[in-house]
Design a binder for this molecule. Sequence first.
Ligand SMILES: [Zn+2]
Length: 379
Amino acid sequence: MGGENQVNERVLSGMNVVTPTGVVLRGWVHIVNGVIIGVGDVDPPANVPAELVPGWAYPGFVDLHMHGGDGRDASGSSEDVKAAVAFHGRHGTTSTLVSLVTAPVEELVRSLANIATAIESRVKGEPTILGAHLEGPFLAHAQCGAQNPKYLQLPNGDLLREFIAAARGNLRVITLAPELPGAMELIDIARSEGVVVAVGHTDASYEVALEAFRRGATIATHLYNGMRPFYHRDPGPSLAALTSGALCEIINDGVHVHPAVARDVVNHSQYQLTLVTDAMSATGIGDGQYQLGGLDVVVTDGVARLRDSDGLAGSTLTMDDAVRRALATGLSVHQVALASSVNACRALGVNDRGGIEVGRRADIVLFTEELTLREVVIA
Ligand SMILES: [Zn+2]
């Protein structure tokens, strides 16, 4: 049924709508063919019956850091990638990067091609894969965390170009350690190729990290985790990221950082916090033994740790939970909407979504009053 001229139209009403300029209490959103064409508080359009969905409407969540979920690893086949993305879609992530941990070059090349295939085969109604995020292999041994140290490499422009080619235009972000020899030049190459640079898994001093942000890095990968710790005589990359205005990823699962840390980023600027999951394959399927980048990982009570060192190995977080936890720390609904959607879109230069306002894609997360998910609307 339905031809090319069929109009898909919905009016959602009765919920508090979190817009870029404030909260519309008991408002409505009018969607036509996947685009928001109206937002208001009185007089919803009369031509379509309004669906009553009391609770909250947030802009669809955007996750810059996701390695898997539902038992699927992002380094697997394109079907694995799509299944993991679909899983996170059911938890409110309407757009996501797909992150790869450090691995042998041939594996990274294959995984980047699989992510490109997943992107190219997207079907309407599925979450958008905004691109690949390479978390490695140009990272610091001293801060490798759950990155397999066997496959770490020194910055190498030719290798970066090989990754860019393998991803068929879909390599969006690379995390690197700026103190490594050649890292600053690699930032230049990445930027000239349109790849956003993130600083992470780094042992850099405050000064070196600051230089990387001056040079064009714009994101701090999971702030405080996998980087030289803050110390008042040696403040390291975290303070450099905060003071330089970089977008700071926080894994807000109650384990990776203290809840007050997410709030503190907002104290620097509400445009600097972005909530990420850093979710690994175990997310959504419970405790047990797993693998991440060839390392054994044990998940106990939802916390993923390396079997051999007890270090944290990604999370089992989903964006809806990250959002609930952020609200519980006292951040405003507006600040949480920035941190779960808008700021990430801005960092990637994605302009067609990230905010419930006229003209944007209708990516909307509907919560009940009690913040349980009611529906995830994707375009
Ligand atoms: Zn990661």
